[in-house]
Design a protein around this ligand. Structure first.
Ligand code: IPE
Ligand code: IPE
Ligand code: MG
Length: 225
């Protein structure tokens, strides 16, 4: 049976869900938060140590300003409301991506949230925010060259945001879209990928459990036979 250490998720389909059920994309983003809580709880229950959630990509700046602001506000409210709960459950939060160009107020809250949860040792939740995998890889190569160390897989990995985090065992993308959208291109080299038809707010714990079960039965070759 394959152990699951790290699950990565492209939480897609909020906008379509919102339009369909409430007439607004933003309502879908709000509804998607319930699924975020569900997957965090499931990881907790299943003793999975890392979960990485794609929350905002470097390409998502192309969206209307109103939607972008709504997404950032939603994250701020979530962090303020849930931080005590996260600390209590010994969950460590980490934000990965180009954090420095985010709005000052949000940046401050992200820093505080990381600090407050830094002793969490039950589950690490990585929030990919203003994240783009190509930028991450370019930065890692630049840092490697700058530090005058050899360009090897190990040295590049040390300079990725995911340094010290095992590569994802499982990638789930909801929303009936079969692409990676610039997410963890390096780290997903040998990840088992599950494309889900359901929109993110419709993704329930039995869907998640089904994927875990399927994963456990897979034969992972890593190039061998
Ligand atoms: C994913 O849902 C969430 C973010 C990108 C923030 P979308 O907003 O992309 O939802 P769809 O794909 O338009 O339905
Ligand atoms: C990927 O979803 C980004 C997040 C889930 C945060 P998108 O909905 O932005 O992806 P594309 O643009 O359809 O590929
Ligand atoms: Mg989408």
């Amino acid at each position: 049976m394959n152990p699951v250490k790290h699950v990565a998720i492209i939480m897609d389909g909020n906008g379509r869900w919102g339009i369909k059920h409430k007439g607004s994309r933003n309502a879908g983003h709000r509804a998607g938060l319930n699924t975020v809580e569900m997957v965090i709880n499931e990881c907790f229950k299943n003793n999975i140590k890392y979960i990485t959630l794609y929350t905002f990509s470097t390409e998502n700046w192309k969206r209307p300003k109103k939607e972008i602001n709504f997404l950032f506000n939603l994250l701020e409210t979530f962090l303020v409301k849930k931080i005590h709960n996260l600390i209590e459950k010994k969950i460590k939060l980490r934000f990965i991506g180009t954090i420095k160009t985010l709005p000052a107020k949000l940046k401050k809250l992200l820093k505080e949230s990381e600090l407050k949860t830094r002793d969490g040792n039950e589950l690490q939740v990585n929030i990919a925010l203003n994240y783009g995998s190509k930028n991450e890889i370019i930065n890692a190569i630049k840092l490697t060259v700058k530090n005058q160390i050899n360009i090897t897989k190990k040295n590049i990995e040390k300079n990725l945001y995911t340094n010290q985090i095992p590569d994802p065992d499982i990638l789930i993308r909801t929303g009936n879209t079969n692409r990676l959208s610039n997410f963890l291109l390096w780290q997903l080299a040998y990840t088992e990928i599950f494309f889900e038809k359901k929109l993110w707010p419709d993704f329930k714990n039995h869907d998640f459990k089904k994927i875990l079960k399927k994963f456990k039965s897979l034969k992972r070759n890593f190039g061998s036979i």
